[in-house]
Write a protein that binds this ligand. Structure first.
Ligand code: PEP
Ligand code: MG
Length: 887
């Protein structure tokens, strides 16, 4: 029979860190900390399997669960010397969620559970503090109603505010026990009024209510959104952790806080965190009171006059420093910790691997490898390749003038410019129209993730470095400035007041996540510096990986950028992009309009020198590295004007009758251009086009080789081949031109002629094709399009619905569909290699820059992946990780 409940406490535990899937992250680590002998309030974890059972059985529990929970509760009682629900020997508990993957703030928590009209008096007696007891009770009612009974906390906040106003108080701390007791009565009355049922007094009923609510919160809207954004499977479920309460709000020798063992923004090896004296857990995260620094050093750096933990509670602080150290060493990773100090005694409530910015991740990985805590392979494996994107984003030019309108906390690095919006829905809407926005909020909540996702950056007026906005923005890699107290946001008027100036919705501002500044208008940005820790990780990755990384580029600027990011050649130069320049398009159109081969050759002769100079530059930039150039691919009508007005304009400029142009445009019209007259089919109809391009390539190779002293390595690629005869026809023309150029120049050119594999037939017949093709480059964009029969240009219209309805997990144009399209690639690789063992194999579809797809390419042993310039570092890292995984 399944075991549903795992106990921990009193120096031992039934599970450990390895049981993450079963116990959730929080539960597994609580158990682990117990076994390490660290001070953890005793408790138990109800497993994620129970969550699965709960949803599979119409939200019901297995029969035996109740007895298991009772046993575990009794055990908690033994360790604490108390009993749940016993007013003479009061045990209160917290109930928290804990999924396998951390989902901060997404699911629900109930604290102080077990309080009722009778036990509140027991708490008052035990603690010797009636004020504290009644404050705890009202907090419990508020939280329980919100989480379990669906009565929004705003109902209670009104009562609290009115009550305080009526009594003439400003702060919660001014209220007496009697005031709190009166507020508790008002709260209970509110519950009865709103829900037509009294607040539950039976602790057992409370407990089961809270357990059910936590399991239900797995399916709440924000948890679902969070999972979708982070690719967390719905099937994982959450665990529930029930734990004896410890109180950080029992007076000035009590406190609660959160900390990271290293700085999660910069990676600096210094304890980093915040705490509040006389407060309960959620207060720190909520960002309602401004928290204090942990260390004196941090306090001084922040220029705060509020004392640090080090100063206020030195003994507990010393314990905490020691434990933080132990945990980081034990887990061999930066930890994110939660703690509570109850009357001077430290309790650990959570440890987990800390979320961090890409910059911090690099620094921490490099330094831990250098400290000998982890290996270089582990360091490389720990960086999320996609997160490198954050580092490749611009920062504000230090020379730029700054019109500073506010300074908040530098909560998440990077700079961003955009229009002000005040709501997440609006952020999402404008983003869909291609606008760039900064989401400006008093504070954010889990309900805002879609808006944060849509925004370029996030600005809040409240909240600390560990506020919701800060934590989530760092995770997303978005710039964020939080707690900008001098700004006043008015949601009703849709304005933001800053130093006497009014900013409206739609006004452009810039935020600088590096120093917390908020600036009016757009500001000049700088490209990032790719040295230091970034360079170290890249160097280690390069030493580990087996696949080469090339880039898809056709302009010199892109090629140079890609080189600076570490590209080792060009894997795809799409020559059609070179035909759209103003000075070329005319000759291209002349060529298309010509009725005879002679006419076409005359137009192509004008293009030849331009095309040649393009290639010379690319060969020079990539000196000594392979450059794959693809012959013209798109249907010719893409180069012709569309619509009467444009036709008339172009006809006039070319000196041809508009009718001629219109007729040619019409005659080239195709119903399915993507499956039409394109790719090698063009070279078969008009071999002179391929010949001109081949000549430009070979002449450029000769010229560039002479200039750089390093022979160029052209690889000429024929697109959209389906049958071997197509390839052989085009290859014969290319070889002929090569021979001619070599004879004319007297220079030997080492070139390869190969093909794209981007049609299912080509993959299946790869054996035939490899007999004459020296290389294959998998064009997985077209291969996905043709394997699925889904138009890559129209897929967005319906694939999102597919994703939402669970028909596909990921967009196959982004992440390779390994089962289907991947099988075609595998067949292509196997049959190609069989026919030609030394065949060069690469990929140049978008998937060449997608980490998961790169893993698959490594598995097949491709020679290289090719991707857009900004993805090159990502691909280098992903290729190294694939090599580590392969072992
Ligand atoms: C492909 O089809 O994967 C490819 C790289 O070519 P294009 O995207 O230019 O069609
Ligand atoms: Mg293609």
């Amino acid at each position: 029979m399944a075991k549903w409940v795992f106990a921990f406490g009193g120096g031992s535990a039934e599970g450990g860190a390895g049981d993450r899937n079963l116990l959730g992250g929080k539960g597994a680590n609580l158990a682990e900390m117990c076994s390490l002998g660290l001070p953890v309030p005793p408790g138990f974890t109800i497993t994620t399997e129970l969550c699965t059972h709960y949803y599979a059985n119409d939200r019901t529990y297995p029969e035996e669960l109740e007895a298991e929970v009772d046993r575990a509760l009794a055990k908690v009682g033994e360790v604490t010397g108390r009993r749940f629900g016993d007013p003479d020997n009061l045990l209160l508990v917290s109930v928290r969620s804990g999924a396998r993957a951390s989902m901060p703030g997404m699911m629900d928590t109930v604290l102080n559970l077990g309080l009722n009209d009778e036990t509140v008096e027991a708490l008052a007696r035990d603690s010797g503090d009636r004020r504290f007891a009644y404050d705890s009770y009202r907090r419990f009612i508020q939280m329980y109603c919100d989480v379990v009974m669906g009565l929004d906390h705003e109902n209670f906040e009104e009562i609290l505010e009115d009550g305080k106003a009526g009594l003439g108080y400003e702060f919660d701390t001014d209220l007496s026990a009697e005031d709190w007791s009166r507020i508790v009565d008002l709260y209970k009355a509110k519950v009865l009024e709103e829900l037509d049922t009294p607040f539950p007094q039976d602790p057992r009923e409370q407990l089961w209510g809270a357990i059910g609510a936590v399991f239900s919160s797995w399916m709440n809207h924000r948890a679902i959104t969070y999972r979708r954004l982070h690719n967390i499977p719905e099937s994982w479920g959450t665990a529930v952790n029930v734990q004896a309460m410890v109180f950080g709000n029992m007076g000035d020798d009590s406190a609660t806080g959160v900390a990271f063992t290293r700085n999660p923004s910069t990676g600096e090896k210094k304890l980093y965190g915040e705490f509040l004296v006389n407060a309960q857990g959620e207060d720190v995260v909520a960002g309602i009171r401004t928290p204090q620094s942990l260390t004196e050093e941090a306090r001084v750096a922040a220029g705060s006059d509020k004392p640090s933990l080090q100063k206020v509670l030195p003994d507990a602080f010393a314990d905490f420093v020691r434990i933080a150290d132990t945990l980081e060493g034990h887990y061999r990773d930066m930890q994110d910790l939660e703690f509570t100090i109850e009357r001077g005694k430290l309790w650990m409530l959570q440890t987990r691997a800390g979320k961090r910015t890409a910059k911090a991740a690099l620094k921490i990985a490099v330094e831990m490898a250098e400290e000998g805590l982890i290996t270089r392979e582990e360091a490389v494996a720990r960086i999320d390749p996609a997160s490198l994107d954050q580092l490749l984003h611009p920062t504000i030019d230090p020379e730029a003038s700054r019109d500073v309108i506010g300074i908040g906390l530098p909560a998440s690095p990077g700079a961003a410019t955009g229009e002000i919006v005040f709501s997440s829905d609006e952020a999402e809407e404008l983003k869909a129209h291609g606008r760039k926005v900064i989401l400006v909020r008093v504070e954010t909540s889990p309900e805002d993730i879609h808006g944060m996702h849509a925004a370029e950056g996030i600005l809040t007026t409240r909240g600390g470095m560990t506020s919701h906005a800060a934590v989530v923005a760092r995770g997303m890699g978005k710039p964020c400035v939080s707690g900008t107290g001098s700004l006043r946001v008015d949601y009703k008027k849709q304005t933001m007041q800053a130093l006497g100036r009014t900013f409206n919705k739609g006004d452009v501002i810039t935020i600088d996540g590096a120093n917390g500044q908020v600036l009016a208008g757009a500001v000049a940005m700088l490209q990032p510096e790719l040295s230091g820790d970034f360079a170290s990780i890249m160097e280690w990755a390069d030493a580990i990986r087996q696949m080469k990384v090339r880039t898809n580029a056709e302009t010199p600027a892109d090629a140079r950028m890609a080189r600076s990011f570490g590209a080792e050649g060009i894997g795809l130069c799409r020559t059609e992009h070179m035909f759209f320049d103003d000075d070329r398009i005319v000759a291209v159109r002349e060529m298309i309009l010509a009725d005879t081969e002679e006419g076409r050759r005359a137009a192509l002769a004008k293009l030849l020198p331009m095309q040649r100079s393009d290639f010379v530059e690319l060969f020079e930039i990539m000196a000594g590295m392979p450059v794959t150039i693809r012959l013209l691919d798109p249907p010719l009508h893409e180069f012709l004007p569309k619509g009467e007005e444009e036709i008339a304009e172009v006809a006039a400029a070319m000196g041809v009758p508009a009718d001629t142009l219109r007729q040619r445009t019409e005659s080239l019209h195709e119903l399915n251009p993507m499956l039409g007259h394109r790719g090698c089919r063009l070279a078969i109809s008009y071999p002179e086009i391929a010949e001109m391009q081949a000549r430009a390539i070979f002449e450029a190779a000769v010229e560039a080789g002479q200039r750089t002293g390093r022979p160029a390595e052209p690889e000429i690629m024929v697109p959209l081949v389906g049958v071997i005869e197509e390839f052989e026809f085009v290859k014969a023309r290319i070889d002929q031109v090569a021979k001619a150029v070599m004879e004319e120049s007297g220079v030997e050119i080492a070139y390869l002629c190969g093909t794209m594999i981007e049609l299912p037939r080509a993959a299946l017949r790869a054996g035939d094709i490899a007999a004459s093709a020296a290389f294959f480059s998998f064009g997985t964009n077209d291969l996905t399009q043709t394997a699925f029969g889904i138009s890559r240009d129209d897929a967005a219209l319906f694939l999102e619905a597919y994703r939402q309805k669970g028909i596909i997990e990921q967009d196959p144009f982004v992440t390779l569909d390994i089962d289907g399209v991947g099988e075609l690639v595998r067949i292509g690789v196997e049959r190609g290699r069989q026919a030609r063992p030394d065949i060069k194999l690469g990929i140049c579809g978008e998937h060449g820059g997608d980490p998961a797809s790169i893993g698959f390419c490594a598995e097949l042993g491709l020679d290289y992946v090719s991707c857009s310039p900004f993805r090159v570092p990502i691909a280098r890292l992903a290729a190294a990780q694939a090599a580590v995984a392969k072992g």
